[in-house]
Write a protein that binds this ligand. Structure first.
Ligand code: AHR
Length: 354
């Protein structure tokens, strides 16, 4: 691995603070000087391969990463947008290796197919941090650690919320005709949310009408919803694997004359979704068009940065770091949801919160 002073701007500040205190002075903010004083060689170089910009969530996530890996914080970020293609990510990782970056951060589009390129990174002595979705590799020493969401738990929590809601409203499981608009096939977010859905639908005895792929985008969400309506007109609940798909599905349902809402006994179509960090989706909750959103938190920038700080300090990072997430809903009927010993609170979104 290439030699570089450890997060030097930060270290300088710490040493100067110590000297100042040991000289008997009281603590005061240290002037680190103008940004231009930070030397190129002192920066920690981070190569980040991002999935793409398929969803609102992804854009917030990209901003979160860019906002922490700044020159002022002691970093040089090389950002590569893979446009949802694993081959682009593999090319990006190889270019990071050639450029001898200090860390590789990978938000993988799908789980499999990473063994070779991650072995190359390991060979080059570059630590790899996986963020958001996971990688499925034969040897887990190919990456240093992972931080992200428990997607299966998210799926189960949303299904548990629905089941509680149906019970409260006296809706028999037999009356539920539910379709799943899936995310990018093979991604952890899709694998986990689909599994959570399938397991819970079979546990509760709901009629699963269809699984259609929506690739986590609004346009594919629309196409998937149109297909579902063509083939399964009796669908009264749509489980969308992210907010972008949900907003697309709502457009199609409304254009077909349907009303989106929780009152399925009166002919409304219930929409549930994941993410919760987009204004339009939150407005759709406040308007009662999306009944429930399983939170998927995109603010991974500070989490990844604190991992790198630990590694720079010679400490070990926990291998798997799960983010705790809640639920958003249009109703206060269900204040909490609990599954596998994990209790999550339900935050109500109203017009006032927008
Ligand atoms: O991997 C996280 C998922 O990817 C988010 O739910 C989705 O919106 C994004 O595209």
């Amino acid at each position: 691995m290439k030699k570089r002073p450890v997060l030097k701007p930060l270290l300088t500040v710490m040493i100067m603070s110590l000297c100042y205190l040991s000289a008997g002075c009281s603590a005061r903010p240290i002037d680190t000087g103008p940004e231009s004083d930070i030397k190129e060689d002192d920066l920690v170089v981070v190569g980040f391969s991002q999935v793409g910009s398929e969803s609102y969530w992804r854009n917030v996530n990209t901003e979160s990463m860019k906002s922490v890996f700044t020159r002022e914080n002691g970093y040089r970020l090389i950002f590569e947008d893979a446009q949802q293609k694993q081959t682009n990510q593999i090319t990006a990782i190889r270019s990071f290796i050639q450029r001898e970056v200090d860390y590789i951060v990978l938000a993988p589009v799908v789980e499999t197919g990473w063994d070779t390129v991650l072995s190359e990174a390991k060979e080059a002595g570059i630590p790899v941090i996986i963020v958001d979705r996971k990688v499925d590799v034969s040897d887990d020493s190919l990456f240093t650690c992972w931080v992200g969401s428990d997607f299966e738990l998210e799926g189960k929590l949303v299904c548990m919320w629905m089941s509680k809601f149906f019970n409260l409203k006296g809706i028999d499981p037999n009356e539920i005709h539910i379709a799943d608009i899936q995310g990018t096939l093979g991604s952890s977010a899709q694998i986990g949310r689909t599994k959570g859905f399938d397991d819970m639908a079979s546990l509760y005895g709901w009629n699963v009408a269809a699984h259609e792929e929506g690739e986590f985008t609004k346009s594919k969400g629309k196409e998937a919803m149109s297909e579902i309506l063509k083939k399964h007109g009796n669908v009264n609940v749509v489980y969308c694997e992210n907010d972008s798909e949900a907003l697309g599905a709502i457009e199609v349902l409304e254009a077909s004359g349907r009303k989106c809402g929780s009152d399925i006994l009166k002919g409304e179509t219930m929409i549930v979704s994941f993410d919760g960090f987009n204004e339009d989706a939150r407005a759709a909750v406040a308007a009662g068009k999306i009944s429930c959103i399983g939170e998927c938190n995109p603010m991974h920038g500070p989490r990844v940065e604190s991992i790198i700080r630990k590694l720079e300090a010679g400490e070990k990072a926990e291998k798997y770091q799960y983010v705790t997430e809640g639920i958003f809903s249009d109703t206060d009927l269900i204040p909490t949801v609990m599954i596998s010993g994990q209790e999550r609170s339900v935050t109500v979104i109203t017009e006032r919160d927008l």
